[in-house]
Design a protein around this ligand. Structure first.
Ligand code: C5P
Length: 231
């Protein structure tokens, strides 16, 4: 699938700063944004609401295919609608992340979401945030970033993020969760969490969000993606 629309893939484990980087790039470049993790989160959420067991692959894949989801960008971030329901806060909880990781391990669920994700590559460009953007969804993308950081740094960032959302959690529990989720994402048979062969790996453990964004903009500029997009 070669696309004339430039796509920048931002893959990596939970808490490495992909969301912050992707939102920054999408708004700075005025490109579209695909938050693929949110899609898996919404699938998990919809299954819970409909009492569909998260390991019933056929039923979960059917939910994924029928999903009526909309992402509405606004000043305070993106609002996520499931049919007419605002599920933004609901899908962002720790439990929502765990459910997402379970449904994301099911091959037929991933297949059901593939085209939906690819269709979001529209002019002037797309920032695709996820785990398999560079390996599976947009294998021909001209720039693939694999953003990582130590598990401890990621747990700490998540801790502060959740505190800001008013959710009280323990740092030790978060570290356990992150390690468990990493292990599941890396070990699954379909679309495991691995850098694409042609990805640029950036370790953000000791970098600020601004430093990461600057490094990626330089890479994009070096590949003439920014001028292509504005033509
Ligand atoms: O990125 P986020 O934390 O919202 O993703 C939630 C979960 O969805 C991840 O832990 C991962 O299991 C799954 N996911 C995935 N492939 C993607 C995006 C997310 O498997 N492209």
């Amino acid at each position: 699938m070669t696309s004339a629309v430039p796509v920048i893939c931002v893959d990596g484990p939970s808490g490495a700063g992909k969301g912050t980087l992707s939102q920054h790039l999408a708004s700075a470049l005025s490109w579209h944004l695909l938050d693929s993790g949110a899609l898996y989160r919404v699938v998990g959420y919809a299954c819970r609401q409909a009492n569909v067991a998260l390991d019933d692959e056929t039923a979960v894949a059917q939910m994924a295919r029928a999903l009526n989801v909309e992402f509405q960008p606004g000043e305070k971030g993106v609002t996520v609608w499931l049919s007419a329901q605002d599920v933004t806060a609901g899908i962002r909880s720790e439990a929502g992340g765990r459910d997402a990781s379970r449904v994301a391990a099911l091959p037929r669920v991933r297949a059901a979401l593939l085209l939906r994700q690819q269709e979001l590559a529209r002019t002037p460009g797309l920032i695709a945030d996820g785990r398999d953007m560079g390996t599976v969804v947009f294998p021909d993308a001209p720039l693939k970033i694999f953003l990582t950081a130590s598990a401890e740094a990621r747990a700490e960032r998540r801790f502060h993020q959740l505190q800001g959302m008013g959710e009280s959690v323990s740092l030790a529990r978060l570290l356990d969760d992150i390690q468990e989720r990493d292990a599941r994402d890396e070990a699954r048979a379909v679309s495991p969490l691995v850098p694409a062969e042609d990805a640029v790996v950036i370790d953000s453990t000791t970098l600020s969000a601004d430093e990461v964004a600057q490094a990626v903009r330089e890479l994009a500029d070096g590949r003439n993606l920014l001028s292509d997009a504005s033509e």
